[in-house]
Structures are given as C-alpha cells and as structure tokens.
Design a protein around this ligand. Sequence first.
Ligand code: GRF
Length: 185
Amino acid sequence: TKIAVFASGSGSNFQAIQEAIERGELHAKVALVVTDKPGAFVVTRAENFGIPVLALNPKEFVSKSAYETAIIEALHECDVKWIVLAGYMRLISDVLLAAFPQRIVNIHPSLLPAFPGKDAIGQAINHGVKITGVTVHFVDEGMDTGPIIAQAAVPVIEGNREATEAEIHKQEHLLYTKALQQLLQ
Ligand code: GRF
C-alpha cells in the first residue's frame, strides 16, 4: 500500500515508519513525503532514505484549496492510497478530506480528547496529570478531533519534562507503526 507522510518538523515519526517498513513490520511504501516547511529536518531524513519530497510553501498559493489541490495531484501521480500526518502543523480542509475519505490519519502526543492542539505534552504537564499518552486518530476538519483508532498511556515523570517527552515519542513510534499495519492490511 502506498502512503504519503505529511510532516512540518523533525520527522522522527516518519523515520520510525520507514524503519518499520524496512524491517518488514509494516507492509507499505512511503511514496512521497509532503512538507509545508521546505527547510524542515524531515526533508533531510527523506533524502537519506531516497524518498521523494514534495515541499510546497502554502503562502505561494492563492488559497488553501489551491495548495491542497496541488498536493492531491502529486498524490494521485504517485498512486498514494493513505495520508499519514506526522507532525504536520496545518488543519486539513474539505478539499483534501474529500479526495481521501477515511484515509487520513494523525498522531497526537496526548490521550485525546484531552490536550488537543499545540504543545500537548506541555499542556498535560502544566495541568498536573499523572498519566498522559499518545493517540492515533482519523482526521476530520477539526484540530485533533476525529475518531480514535489507538491509544497508549505514558506516565508523567514528575520534574523531568525531557524524560516524559522521550517516552511519549518512543510510544508514538511504536503505536503509529502498529496502528498503520492494522489499518492498511
Ligand atoms: C509528534 O509529537 C506528533 O505527535 C505531533 O508532532 C510531533 C512530530 O514529531 N503531532 P516528529 O516530527 O515526528 O519528530
């Protein structure tokens, strides 16, 4: 199954997915990495794996629809069936949702519906929760609101944000590849 990974930042989830594919644990092929941030580290990671990158600056399009339409054309050219959001910092509009109905998923570093949006890990720590986690969900028009596919709990390590973050990212990488394998098969 051909998938596209959308990312705006570091791309550690992209890398975990690609490594799971190479280990034979996820039966998929990343046909394209899509980014709205041409300078993001995910671009370097994709190049290291020899995976093509579509880097489009949304500001260079007259509208969000025009931007997403350009992406859709590239996805169809690559025969992409699923869109995997991994740190893609933009809402998906009805144009892209209509082109890939029930075929767009996202990962979020909290136990949704708690702490949607930016800096979910910081939000959870500041709120004082003792358990947080990660969520894989279908994407809809909202911010981190679609139907939940899989979750994993992660305890907050008090007074050690770095350690909590590291464990959340580790669980993201495990949960995303596992959930994708179940979805795609
Ligand atoms: C992850 O925490 C993901 O859950 C969130 O953005 C972060 C992306 O990290 N949506 P990376 O770019 O995959 O390293």
